[in-house]
Design a binder for this molecule. Structure first.
Ligand code: HEM
Length: 383
């Protein structure tokens, strides 16, 4: 029996205020926010579980690496969440007609993100302080594992929200199955959508690859207080992690693209000219892997810059493909170009100035940390 409601009835109405800048500008900032969010988010999404496993079951060097990443995690989470907010801001401005109805259908799981994030954030503090002060009790170990598990679930909830946002065709049945007297209970999830599971796991594969790039960067830029033996070991370890990341991305990415993309999305993404971007998205992960393979015996600053730049390239290409697929999946219901533009110069200029200022401050903080580390290394353990 046909559903008493069409997906179009659940899409948010167009705002009379229009959008504050042309769509391409909003999409660029959303993409910038997402790429920077991904770089840091990947370190808590995949890096933290790897660090906890390495510290619990690994040898001396694994434990040192696990301890290093755990100690850096509170800052990584703080910076990564802020970049996520940048992406969220533009997602809400440009995609409000789909984003809000979708997150209303899954309101409670979506709302739980804040509680989970807060608990996991404090859990990470308790875990890393236990390592830092040599007071890692069983309880703190359990808290460390729990924080890593919460972040995996949070990643799943984000994959749910972003895939449900474009799965407008699936809204009526989800609404009907999770509502009382037509009032949505907000208990929905997008688990009926075949794209969800491979998308979530593909992102995890990408996160493992980002973690390997971070191992190289951390060893080259920050690990001046570690032994030469550790630095030699770190190159080999980074290669193993990178290989696992590439294989995971390739396996789940293939499932996602060949097993779950709709005919319309496939026709565009495998048609010219998009097929070049699709192919690049698939093979780009090979570059950071290759750089780590070639340079693993001596992790220099130059190699680290090359690996970081390559991985940022991979994340950017993935964000671009993802953005095109997002718009293609929305296209049968929402044409983003229909939104009237009411340019808000004041807000736009203020935002740009503050954004640049933010990046300058972040760059200064990282430069200071590198300098202090190098100085500490020169002064030796008695410093
Ligand atoms: C308050 C903190 C956070 C904010 C504001 C935030 C923001 C965002 C935004 C706006 C997107 C979508 C970007 C786009 O579509 O272009 C996104 C995607 C994502 N975020 Fe976050 N995020 C936060 C915390 C987290 C946490 C704790 C995780 C846990 C691992 C996480 C994992 C992800 C994942 C996996 C995606 C991609 C989902 C997909 O498209 O499949 N984020 N985040």
């Amino acid at each position: 029996m046909p559903l008493p409601i069409s997906p179009r009835d659940l899409i948010g109405p167009m705002s009379p205020l229009g959008i504050p800048a042309p769509y391409p500008i909003l999409a660029c900032f959303k993409g910038l926010g997402f790429v920077t969010h991904m770089w840091f988010m990947h370190l808590w999404y995949a890096g933290l579980i790897l660090a906890v496993v390495a510290y619990a079951f690994g040898g001396e060097h694994h434990r040192r690496w696990g301890a290093r990443l755990a100690k850096q995690m509170p800052v990584i989470i703080a910076v990564g969440v802020n970049f996520g907010i940048l992406a969220l801001l533009f997602l809400q401005v440009a995609y409000y007609r789909a984003f809000y109805p979708a997150t209303i259908l899954m309101a409670w799981p979506w709302f739980s993100v804040f509680f989970g994030l807060t608990l996991a954030y404090y859990g990470v503090y308790l875990y890393e302080l236990g390592i830092r002060h040599g007071t890692l009790t069983t309880l703190r170990r359990i808290i460390g594992w729990a924080a890593a598990a919460v972040f995996l679930v949070e990643g799943f909830l984000f994959a749910n929200a972003l895939s449900l946002m474009t799965n407008i065709g699936g809204w009526p049945s989800l609404w009907l199955n999770t509502s009382v007297a037509a009032a949505p209970l907000g208990t929905g999830l997008n688990t009926a959508d075949p794209t969800l599971w491979p998308r979530w796991l593909m992102m995890f594969g990408l996160a493992v690859l980002t973690t390997s790039a971070y191992i190289v960067a951390d060893t080259a830029f920050f690990a001046h207080d570690e032994t030469d033996d550790y630095r030699r070991w770190a190159g080999g370890f980074a290669l193993k992690v990178a290989t696992a990341g590439v294989l995971c991305f390739a396996a789940f990415g293939s499932w996602y693209v060949f097993g779950t993309w709709s005919r319309e999305v496939r026709a565009v993404m495998f048609g010219s000219p998009h097929v070049f971007l699709t192919a690049l998205t698939a093979v780009s992960v090979g570059l950071p892997w290759l750089l780590i393979l070639l340079g693993r015996r001596r992790l220099t600053g130059a190699l680290a810059w090359a690996v970081v730049a390559a991985q940022v390239g991979v994340l950017t290409i993935n964000a671009l493909s993802r953005q095109i697929v997002q718009n293609l999946e929305l296209a049968p219901f929402i044409n983003l170009a229909d939104e009237p533009v009411r340019m808000q110069w004041g807000a736009t200029i203020m935002f740009l100035v503050l954004l640049v200022l933010g990046f300058v401050v972040l760059g200064w903080i990282i430069a200071k940390v590198v300098a202090v580390n190098r100085q500490a290394a020169h002064l030796g353990p008695e410093a």
